[in-house]
Design a protein around this ligand. Structure first.
Ligand code: ADP
Ligand code: F6P
Length: 324
């Protein structure tokens, strides 16, 4: 069946995530295979407002699937949060013949897509964030690469922690969500995992746990702390003073966002990008692509943004049981 629209745009917005290039490539090539033209918009909504728009052909996305970052660059754009900015964005889409738009990013970027949809531009969101904090989907592009990068880094810190018989607090990203911390905590065998969703700020419990673990013969004590809690350096100073155990803080930072995407990120990104292009070809709008119960699915953006996501309590309890 012929595509319902002729020209679509694609942009990446918010924090970059490994696999975004694979998603762009999939959007471009699947759209072309459906007979649509594709325009790439640089620097997210900021580039849209500045009309940084280029044609994207199949060869323009060659040799990108293995690359980290985003070939379209990304940005955070305050102006696009305003009604004037959104009106202007929709007008610029129309000026360039862009009838549909794939927005690869997180919740914030989807809120922007929702506004463009309300102004007559068909929009589809693709979940691209290392944080895994989008409620409608079990998977977000970039998470797998980020947790593997963080896991390898924490393994290295652990060697030093053991050699010096130290306590190490390692802070991982995730904004207000604790998924990266939870996954790394389990994968790295951390003694404590601090998540914004469940941490009770009872530092005495942490201190007691470190002292107990020393008595049990543990040589190191790894605390994976989520960015949403933060303050790792001051926490380290207080813990050292209270326990007498040398304590160091390491903040992994933006290294978690870079690097070549894992196989899992490349495959999910390819599938989700292609799915988004198919939705636009069918004339759909205001949808977010997700992955649930083994299938690629899509949701209304309004419904998707209203959904809540919880930290799996069983994973947290298992991590405790395994760290004795
Ligand atoms: P993410 O998409 O990863 O959640 P942000 O929350 O930083 O990242 O959002 C990325 C961009 O999306 C913002 O800089 C802004 O341009 C746009 N955006 C965010 N929230 C809204 C909103 N409520 N309405 C319109 N645009 C928004
Ligand atoms: O959303 C991805 C993320 O890396 C979060 O984990 C973090 O809170 C934020 O982006 C950092 O943003 P910036 O790149 O602006 O420092």
């Amino acid at each position: 069946m012929a595509a319902k629209i002729k020209t679509i745009g694609v942009l990446t917005s918010g924090g970059d995530a490994p696999g975004m290039n694979a998603a762009i490539r999939a959007v471009v090539r699947k759209a072309i295979s459906q007979g649509m033209n594709v325009k790439g918009i640089y620097q997210g909504y900021k580039g849209l407002l500045n009309e940084e728009i280029t044609d994207l052909k199949a060869r323009d996305v060659s040799d990108t699937i293995a690359k980290g970052g985003t070939l379209l660059y990304t940005a955070r754009c305050h102006e696009f949060r305003t009604a004037e900015g959104q009106d202007q964005g929709a007008e610029i889409c129309r000026k360039h013949g862009i009838e549909g738009l794939v927005v690869i990013g997180g919740d914030g970027s989807f809120a922007g897509a929702q506004q463009l949809a309300a102004r007559g531009i068909n929009t589809i969101g693709v979940p691209g964030t290392i944080d895994l904090d989008i409620a409608c989907t079990e998977y977000t592009i970039g998470f797998d690469t980020a947790v593997n990068t963080a896991m390898e880094a924490i393994d290295k810190v652990r060697d030093t922690s053991t050699s010096h018989e130290r306590c190490s607090i390692i802070e991982v990203m995730g904004r207000n969500a604790g998924y990266i911390a939870l996954w790394c905590g389990i994968a790295n065998g951390a003694e404590d995992i601090l998540l914004p969703e469940s941490y009770d700020y009872d530092e005495q419990k942490l201190i007691n746990n470190i002292i107990e673990n020393r008595k049990r013969g543990k040589k190191h004590h790894i605390i994976v702390n989520a960015e949403g809690i933060g303050h790792s350096s001051s926490m380290a100073r207080r813990i050292e003073a209270a326990t007498g155990v040398e304590t160091r803080a390491t903040i992994l930072g933006h290294m978690q966002r870079g690097g070549s995407p894992t196989c899992k990120d490349r495959v999910y990104a390819s599938m989700m990008g292609a799915y988004a292009a198919d939705l636009l070809a069918e004339g759909k709008t205001n949808r977010v692509v997700g992955y649930r119960n083994g299938e690629y699915v899509d949701f209304d953006i309004n419904e998707a943004l209203a959904m809540q996501k919880e930290i799996p309590d069983y994973m947290l309890r298992v991590s405790k049981a395994l760290s004795i």
